[in-house]
Design a protein. Structure first.
Length: 250
C-alpha cells in the first residue's frame, strides 16, 4: 500500500492512461478524485476503483470548473496530496495547416489546464506539508515529429512549466515531475492511426520506432506515476521520466 492515506486528483481519468493511474493508485491505498468530461466513463472507473472514489465531470480548460474540481475534492476528502495532470488532446498538422482554433484548443487543455489546476492545488499541498504534481507529457516535449507542430509545442511548454514549478515550490516540499511516454495503446493513439491511409501499416511503423518491440500500455505509465506519487521518490523533482520503449534512445 505505497499510497496509503494519500489523496490523489487525476484528470482524463475516464480512459487510457488516466484510468490506469486511477486503478493503480486505488490499489495502492490512495483515495482518488477522478476528473473527465464524460460522466458515464467516470462512473464506470469509479466503480472499478472502489474505496470511495469520487467522480467529477468537468473540463480542465475552464477556470471556473477547475475551482469547482479543487473545492469538491477538498470538501470530500479534506485536501489534495497528489495531482496527476493527464487530460490532453492532439490535432495533427504542420505550422501551416493547423487552424487557429485547433492551436488554441490544444493549448487551452494541454498547457493552460495544467497550469490552472496545478496552481489551484498548491495551497492544499502546502497546508499538508508537501505534495506531488505529476504531468503526463510526451516524448514530443523533448523531440519533434512530423505533423505535430501544435501538439509538440504544448508538450514543450509543459516541459519548462514543470521545471520552473519544481524550482519555485521545492521549499514547500512540493515535487513536480513529468512523464514522457511514446506511443501508448489508448483511444487517442488508435484515433491517430485510424486516420492513416493504411492503419495496419501505420501501426507497424510505430511499433518499429520502439526498440523494445511493442507499443506501451497504460499500465506502463501508471507504474511510474505511482512511484512519483509515493514517498519513494521524495528526492525526485524537476525530472523528465521517459517511459517510451527506447523511442528516444534511437
Amino acid at each position: 500500500m505505497r499510497l496509503q492515506n494519500k489523496i490523489a486528483l487525476i484528470t482524463g481519468a475516464g480512459t487510457g492512461i488516466g484510468r490506469a493511474c486511477a486503478l493503480a493508485f486505488a490499489r495502492e491505498g490512495a483515495r482518488v478524485a477522478l476528473v473527465g468530461r464524460r460522466k458515464a466513463r467516470l462512473d464506470h472507473v469509479t466503480k472499478e476503483c472502489g474505496n470511495g472514489a469520487l467522480p467529477i465531470a468537468a473540463d480542465v480548460s475552464n477556470r471556473e470548473e477547475i475551482e469547482r474540481i479543487i473545492e469538491k475534492t477538498v470538501s470530500h476528502f479534506g485536501g489534495v496530496d497528489v495531482l496527476v495532470n493527464n487530460a490532453g488532446i492532439l490535432v495533427q498538422g504542420t505550422a501551416e495547416t493547423l487552424s487557429e482554433e485547433d492551436w488554441d484548443r490544444m493549448f487551452n487543455t494541454n498547457v493552460r489546464g495544467v497550469w490552472l489546476l496545478s496552481r489551484a492545488a498548491l495551497a492544499s499541498m502546502r497546508k499538508a506539508g508537501g505534495g506531488s504534481i505529476i504531468n503526463i507529457s510526451s516524448v514530443l516535449g523533448l523531440v519533434g515529429a512530423r505533423k505535430r507542430a501544435g501538439y509538440a509545442a504544448t508538450k514543450g511548454a509543459v516541459t519548462l512549466l514543470t521545471k520552473c514549478m519544481a524550482i519555485d515550490h521545492a521549499a514547500d516540499k512540493i515535487r513536480v515531475n513529468w512523464i514522457c511516454p511514446a506511443f501508448v495503446e489508448t483511444e487517442l493513439t488508435e484515433a491517430v492511426m485510424s486516420e492513416a491511409k493504411d492503419p495496419e501499416k501505420a501501426r507497424q511503423e510505430r511499433v518499429a520506432m520502439h526498440p523494445i518491440g511493442r507499443l506501451g500500455m497504460p499500465e506502463d505509465i501508471a507504474g511510474m506515476a505511482v512511484y512519483l506519487a509515493s514517498d519513494e521518490s521524495s528526492w525526485v523533482t524537476g525530472a523528465a521520466l521517459t517511459v517510451d520503449g527506447g523511442f528516444t534512445a534511437v
